[in-house]
Design a protein around this ligand. Sequence first.
Ligand code: MLT
Length: 270
Amino acid sequence: MNGQQIELVLPAGQTLAVHCLGTGQPVVLVHGFPLDATIWRKQFQALVDGGYQVIAPNLRGFGNSSPIDGPLTVGDLAEDIEQVRRVLAPDQTITLVGLSLGGYVAFEYWRRYANRLRGLVLTNTKPHADTQEAKQSRIAMGERALQETTWEAVSPMLSRLLSNTTLAQDPETTDWIKHMMSAVRPTTINGIQVAMAGRHDFTAELPGIHTPTFVITGEHDPISPPAENKLWTAQIPGATLEVIPGAAHLPQVESSEHFNRTLLSFLKRY
Ligand code: MLT
């Protein structure tokens, strides 16, 4: 069940394809890289059944949203989320759930629109910016996607997104994720890697986050490891961390029941 997909036109004319389901308090789900909004498909029904309005946009360049047509920043993606809120949840506050890249977007949204946030769920993400080396490898991946194919560029990420158990024992999930990664346009791989390389460092701003915040990661996530999450979660007033056993970078896929239970228990508290 992926719900109704609506086409939302941004002020500069690009369109975003947004999955919309249910009614109730709005929960906006922002996907990671190199994925799309259907990465949340195991959350859709659980959130609708819990009494929430689910809004899951494909960020610019992903899924059926418009291709990236020029230089883009993570802040631009946060502005797109605000456009989505204005159209689909006018006069309401939202809970913003950001997975990895989606978490970088969520930090930017908080910086600009904290008063429109009811809650923040930061999953498998981090507040800090890239090292010089990480920036260079992003630029190299972007160039490789443009010169070769998306899959040539992104395939080394697969074993970082999924746990060894999933890779060895769950061919259906592995193929689903591979297919989703391969379908991303090369121009998106390049444009988003450049945007992520230039993202703001929020480390010093964590003590100023007064939005109720919940942090989630996977026990085996090499991109957003539990030990690192513990340190930065402690900097956000009142924030709590849940580490999902057995999962890597995509606990909402690999341990969806645990993920949904913990997400719903946070949502019900606020
Ligand atoms: C993601 O899942 O969005 C990416 O791993 C983020 C990143 O490359 O930093």
